[in-house]
Design a protein around this ligand. Structure first.
Ligand SMILES: Cc1cc2nc3c(=O)[nH]c(=O)nc-3n(C[C@H](O)[C@H](O)[C@H](O)COP(=O)(O)O)c2cc1C
Length: 363
């Protein structure tokens, strides 16, 4: 019998099956970060579609930390009532929902900040002062409190894809000489302090997870799988509830992704971009619920990942934009997601118009 449709618990949180909708943002909130009706309607479709655990698209922890316009916020109590409506609808279908919280770091248009001064051809970001770091840690804890006030079943700290936490973890971006830089342990201090602050605010039973890169796929340096293993171990020792393993970001080089990602093919999990990375993490960290995301499309791969104990949950983003009822379709015998990975839902041309809408299906 397929494990896909069996329950699994993350701490006290029982999830009815092994499907996760990976955080998927939209440009559909208003300018103050408050959710619009179409967002709530979309989440209702996902919950109706029987997804066990839905991770809400990233919400900013402060106005300054906004990664893009019309992003949802969890920085203020004013964000809570509409989030509460969304959570109630999701719960009414028996799905669980976790709030992802984020600071954009050098992706923030308003004030590009990061670990150390950083420059591209188009923009420059400045180094964060220590007092600003203290404020960001408090902001994460406050946003987590707002998420729980809205009824979310837990929170996920975004530490992947080249946003602020990911920037601090990377030795390519983080050149600091204070306690936040120089060694992996010190580069991970921001994430550890954010985790501690949230744990202190929410208590020992709260579900606190992380989304983290198993590999930045950068030209040289950056997070690689052994770094990810160390960071996840440190968080697990503190009581982390789950980790979702992702990869890539602005420093990703496609040829590096192809070579290091290719190891995934040898394991047979050719659809799951970082199957081999996640397997390596699982081999070293057994007790932590693991979620694998990226490029997973067929029942065969999903079953293989669970049967071989690579991960406990199968997470997808784009396929659920196209087919919010994919879980039911797979259970009824459909072999694979219909998403053709045209990536139009995430292309910068269409970003604002089409997120949470399949551009291929509805051009
Ligand atoms: C439209 C869109 C928005 C996304 N927003 C987020 C986000 O808010 N937070 C996040 O961690 N990842 C985000 N992602 C990345 C996905 O969660 C996921 O890691 C990635 O798409 C790979 O999974 P897939 O191959 O199943 O789509 C987004 C992806 C898409 C397509």
């Amino acid at each position: 019998m397929s494990k896909l449709f069996t329950p699994f618990s993350i701490g006290k949180l029982e999830v009815k099956n092994r499907f996760v909708r990976s955080a998927t943002t939209s440009y559909w909130s208003d300018d103050t970060g408050i959710l619009s009706d179409p967002i709530i309607e979309h989440y209702e479709k996902l919950a109706k579609g029987n997804i066990g655990l839905i991770i809400k698209g990233h919400s900013y922890v402060s106005e300054k930390g906004k990664a893009h316009s019309k992003q949802s916020g969890l920085s203020a109590e004013a964000h809570v009532p509409r989030m509460e409506e969304l959570v109630e609808i999701v719960h009414s279908y028996g799905s669980k929902i976790i709030g992802q919280i984020n600071h954009g770091g050098f992706t923030c248009r308003q004030d590009r900040v990061t670990a150390s001064a950083y420059k591209t051809n188009d923009w420059e970001a400045r180094e964060l002062r220590q007092d600003e770091i203290e404020k960001i840690i408090e902001d994460f804890a406050e946003a987590a409190k707002n998420a729980i006030a809205a009824g979310f079943d837990g929170v996920q700290i975004h530490a992947a894809h080249g946003y602020l936490n990911s920037q601090f973890l990377s030795d390519r971006v983080n050149k600091r000489l204070d306690e936040y830089g120089e060694t992996l342990e010190k580069r991970a201090l921001l994430l550890m302090r954010i985790y501690d602050a949230i744990r202190e605010k929410l208590g020992e039973k709260a579900i606190i997870g992380v989304k983290i890169n198993g590999d930045d796929f950068a030209e040289e340096g950056g997070m690689q799988v052994d770094d990810a293993i160390s960071v996840i171990k440190w968080l697990a020792e503190k009581g982390l509830s789950f980790a979702e393993i992702s990869g890539g970001g602005p420093e990703q080089q496609n040829h590096i992704r192809k070579t290091r990602g290719r190891a995934a093919i040898e394991t047979g999990y050719c659809e799951a971009t970082w199957g081999a990375h996640v397997k390596k993490i699982r081999d070293q960290i057994q007790d932590l619920p693991l979620i694998i995301v990226d490029g997973i499309r067929s029942r065969t791969t999903m079953d293989a990942l669970l049967d071989n104990n690579v991960a406990d949950f199968i997470s997808m983003s784009k396929p659920f934009i196209n087919e919010p009822d994919l879980v039911n379709l797979l259970e009824e015998g459909q072999e694979r997601a219909s998403c053709i990975d045209c990536r139009k839902c995430i292309s910068s041309d269409n970003f604002a118009k089409t997120m949470l809408r399949c551009f291929y299906k509805h051009p």
